[in-house]
Design a protein around this ligand. Structure first.
Ligand SMILES: [Zn+2]
Length: 128
């Protein structure tokens, strides 16, 4: 039962871990070293990335609807100090969303306050 269901997982997972270093796709900051995350597969609704540019906010109605994307591939990081760089949001439902420590783009995944484990979405980061 170790089949992967995305092409990204096929190319990036090696021995159940991330083959290459993981970096932010916006500012290229290193987030996680190679082999530091364990590939896990489950469904989680993660809010979509909102770029924090306020230049085109001309609408009168402020949208409070949080769009989510169903993510199925994650890197499990058991200790948040394993990350090279990571930022965390305010607590929402006993979770903190992970963002880039440098450019603050996110969420790239989430941190579970119950288990202290972090889950980084495969599709929200880049690889070098
Ligand atoms: Zn960044």
């Amino acid at each position: 039962m170790s089949e992967t269901n995305s092409s990204l997982a096929e190319t990036e997972v090696e021995d159940g871990k991330n083959r290459r270093k993981i970096k932010c796709q916006f500012c290229r900051s290193i987030i996680l070293n190679s082999k530091a995350g364990n590939y896990v597969n489950f469904e989680f609704d993660l809010p979509v990335i909102k770029l924090t540019k306020s230049s085109n906010k001309t609408e009168d109605n402020i949208e409070n609807i949080i769009e989510t994307e169903k993510i199925q591939d994650f890197w499990l990081v058991k200790d948040i100090y394993t990350f090279e760089n990571i930022g965390v949001s305010n607590t929402v439902d006993n979770k903190k969303y992970l963002s880039c420590a440098d450019c603050e783009v996110g969420p790239l995944g989430y941190h579970d306050l119950n288990t202290k484990e972090s889950y980084l979405a495969l599709s929200r980061v880049e690889y070098i």
